[in-house]
Design a protein. Structure first.
Length: 77
């Protein structure tokens, strides 16, 4: 096992996991918006809207940041 292999696993994989969690949060926020608007026929307002928007925006930020950081670290080693 090389040193680079260990470094990638120690430093890059946690960031990949952060990006994957961000993708899950992003998809859950989108699901909440779809469920509220299309499936129930009601408009999404108030707290459910804020939770869904937080999921969409926060998940997108986590996904982009985590996966790009993991890719940069993986190619650095």
């Amino acid at each position: 096992m090389t040193t680079n292999y260990v470094l990638v696993h120690v430093f890059a994989y946690p960031w990949f996991f952060v990006g994957t969690v961000g993708a899950a949060v992003l998809s859950y926020g989108g699901y909440m918006l779809l469920q509220g608007t299309f499936f129930s026929g009601e408009s999404v307002t108030g707290e459910p809207l804020m939770i869904a928007l937080f999921g969409l925006i926060g998940g997108l930020i986590l996904m982009i940041f985590g996966w790009t950081k993991a890719a940069r670290l993986a190619f650095e080693f």
